[in-house]
Design a protein around this ligand. Structure first.
Ligand code: FAD
Ligand code: 2HG
Ligand code: ZN
Length: 475
C-alpha cells in the first residue's frame, strides 16, 4: 500500500493525499453520524486528469474508491466501510464553473461545484437553476447527480436527472468518457448520461456536467397554510394546480410534531399562525417579472380552500424576509431532528391517491410497535414523497433513544412493507447507499436485481467503485 500512496502523492501532490486521523476525520463519518468508517487515505484531486490518475492507480493496486462530494448524503453512500482499505476520493477541489450559455440554457461545471454556487452562476445571467435542497450550501453537483437528488422544486422542474444534458465521467479503469454535450436532441444510442445519474458512485466518478437552465422567476407568492389532514393537503394540491397551473413551484407538508421541534430548536423561529394545527403546507407560486398576478391567484385559491374546509388558516408572506421565515420552518426540520436525538429516517413515495389513507393508518400501527414514538412527518407532498421520520418517545421529558433503537428494525419493516403493498418506493430521493441496499433488494424482483448486477459488472468487473453501496451483495 505504501507504493500506492507514493504513486498518489506523485500524481496529485503530497498535500492532497491525507492519511492522518485528524485530517481524514471529516471524510469518514456521514452527516447523520450513523456510518463511521476508516480510510486508507483521502485524496483530493484538482482536475479530471488527476481523478483519472487516482482511479487508474487504485485499480492497478486492487484498492476500492469511494467518491465523495459535500458528504451531506443521508444513506451512508459517500463514506468508506470499516476495513480501512478504501480510498475516499473527494471532489472538493474541483469547483470551477466552466461555461454559462444563457441562450442555449446551459451551465457546464466541475462535479465539485456546490449547488448554491450553480444557482448563483445562473442568477448572474438572469436564469434559474431550479434544484433546491436544505443542504444546498454544502452538497455538490456530482453528489446531486449521483443520488438523483430531489428537493423542493421537483414538482415543477423534475428530479436531477431531468436537469442534466451531458456528463464527463472517469470510468473504473481510469479512462475518461467525455459526454459533455449540451444537446437537447441526441438519439445516437444508449443514454449513457442517465446511466450514471443515481448510480451513487458505483459505476465511475462524475467529474463534469452540463446542466439545464430555465427562465428566472423573480416573483414569488408564498403561504404557510394550516390544513386539517393529509387528505385535505392533497385536495389543496389539486386546487392549487387548477388555479396556478405552471406557476405552482412548491407544495411541501409538515406535521405539528415537526414544527414543534423547529420552534424549540431553530433560533428566531416563530409560529406564523395563532392556533396550532395537525398539519401545515408551504405553498409557493413563482413567475417572471411580468407575472404580476401571483398574489391574487394565491389569495383566491386559499379563500376557496378555507370555504371548502381544506384549509383552516393561512399566513401569506408580505416581504422577502417573511418568505424566508416561512421557508426556514420547512427547511429547518432535518437539522433540528438531529438535535433532538436518535432519528429513524424513512424517505418514501406513494401514489398520491393512496398517500392520505396510508398516512392515517401507519401512525397507530407504529404506536403499537413502539409506544410513544414521535412521528416527525414532512416532505414533498406534491411529489407523493413523505419523510416519515421517527424520534424516540420521551421519558421524563428526555428523548429515550434506547427505546427507538430497540424497536428500529420492526418500525422500519412496518413502514417499508406497507409502502411496498401500496406500490410505493422505500427511497424516493435519498438513494440506497449502505443504509438501504439490502432492504431495497428484498422489494425488487429477481429480474431487476439481476439487471443491476449485470450493469455493475459490465462497467466495474473488479467491483472497486464504491463497493457495498446501491448494488445488492451476492449471497
Ligand atoms: P455525498 O454525500 O458526498 O455523496 C452522495 C453519494 O454520491 C455517495 O454515494 C457518493 O459516493 C456519490 N458521489 C458524490 N460525488 C460523486 C461524484 N462526483 N461522482 C460519483 N459519485 C459521487 N436530498 C434530496 O434529494 N432532497 C432534499 O430535499 C435533501 N435535503 C437535505 C437536507 C439536509 C439538511 C441534508 C443534510 C441533506 C439533504 N439531502 C436531500 C441529501 C443530500 O444533500 C443529497 O443526497 C445530495 O445530493 C448529496 O450531495 P453531496 O455532494 O453531499 O454527496
Ligand atoms: C428534506 O426534504 C430532506 O428536508 C431531508 O430530504 C430529509 O432529513 C431528512 O430526512
Ligand atoms: Zn426531502
Amino acid at each position: 500500500m505504501d507504493d500506492l500512496l507514493d504513486q498518489l502523492r506523485t500524481s496529485i501532490g503530497a498535500d492532497h493525499v491525507l492519511t492522518e486521523d485528524a485530517d481524514v476525520a471529516a471524510y469518514v463519518v456521514d452527516w447523520t453520524g450513523t456510518h463511521a468508517g476508516r480510510a486508507l487515505a483521502v485524496v483530493r484531486p484538482g482536475s479530471t486528469e488527476e481523478v483519472a490518475a487516482v482511479v487508474a492507480a487504485c485499480a492497478g493496486a486492487g484498492v476500492a474508491v469511494v467518491p465523495q462530494g459535500g458528504n451531506t448524503g443521508l444513506v451512508g453512500g459517500g463514506v468508506p466501510d470499516a476495513s480501512g482499505s478504501q480510498v475516499v476520493l473527494s471532489l472538493g477541489r474541483m469547483r470551477r464553473v466552466r461555461e454559462v450559455d444563457p441562450v442555449a440554457g446551459t451551465v457546464t461545471v466541475d462535479a465539485g461545484v456546490v449547488l448554491a454556487d450553480v444557482q448563483a452562476a445562473a442568477e448572474k445571467v438572469d436564469r434559474l437553476f431550479p434544484m433546491s435542497l436544505g443542504s444546498e450550501g454544502s452538497c455538490t453537483i456530482g453528489g446531486n447527480l449521483s443520488t438523483n437528488a430531489g428537493g423542493t422544486a421537483v414538482l415543477r422542474y423534475g428530479m436531477t436527472r431531468e436537469l442534466v444534458l451531458g456528463l464527463e465521467v472517469v470510468l473504473p479503469d481510469g479512462r475518461v468518457w467525455d459526454g459533455l454535450r449540451g444537446l437537447r436532441k441526441d438519439n445516437t444510442g444508449y443514454d449513457l448520461t442517465q446511466l450514471f445519474v443515481g448510480a451513487e458512485g458505483t459505476l465511475g466518478v462524475i467529474t463534469g456536467a452540463v446542466l439545464r437552465l430555465f427562465p428566472a422567476t423573480p416573483r414569488h407568492a408564498t403561504a404557510w397554510v394550516a390544513v386539517p389532514s393529509v387528505d385535505a393537503a392533497v385536495s389543496l394540491l389539486g386546487l392549487a394546480q387548477q388555479h396556478a397551473g405552471v406557476h405552482l413551484s412548491t407544495f411541501e407538508i409538515a406535521n405539528r410534531q415537526a414544527i414543534d421541534l423547529v420552534l424549540a430548536h431553530l433560533p428566531g423561529a416563530s409560529d406564523p399562525l395563532g392556533e396550532p394545527s395537525d398539519w401545515y403546507v408551504l405553498v409557493e407560486l413563482a413567475g417572471s417579472a411580468s407575472d404580476t398576478g401571483l398574489d391574487e391567484t394565491l389569495e383566491s385559491l386559499l379563500g376557496e380552500a378555507v370555504e371548502a374546509g381544506t384549509a383552516v388558516d393561512a399566513a401569506i408572506a408580505g416581504s422577502p424576509a417573511q418568505r424566508s421565515a416561512l421557508w426556514a420552518l420547512r427547511e429547518g426540520i432535518s437539522e433540528v431532528q438531529k438535535v433532538e436525538g436518535a432519528t429513524l429516517k424513512h424517505d418514501v413515495t406513494l401514489p398520491i391517491a393512496r398517500l392520505a389513507e396510508w398516512a392515517t393508518t401507519i401512525g397507530p400501527r407504529l404506536q403499537e410497535v413502539c409506544p410513544g414514538v414521535r412521528l416527525v412527518t414532512y416532505g414533498h407532498v406534491g411529489d407523493g414523497n413523505l419523510h416519515y421520520n421517527l424520534n424516540a418517545p420521551l421519558a421524563d421529558d428526555r428523548s429515550d433513544d434506547d427505546a427507538l433503537r430497540a424497536a428500529a428494525a420492526d418500525l422500519t419493516a412496518a413502514i417499508y412493507d406497507s409502502v411496498a403493498r401500496e406500490a410505493g418506493s422505500i427511497s424516493a430521493e435519498h438513494g440506497l447507499g449502505r443504509t438501504k441496499v439490502v432492504a431495497a433488494a428484498s422489494y425488487k424482483s429477481d429480474v431487476e436485481v439481476d439487471l443491476m448486477r449485470a450493469l455493475k459488472h459490465a462497467l466495474d468487473p473488479a467491483g472497486l467503485m464504491n463497493p457495498g453501496v446501491l448494488v445488492p451483495p451476492t449471497q
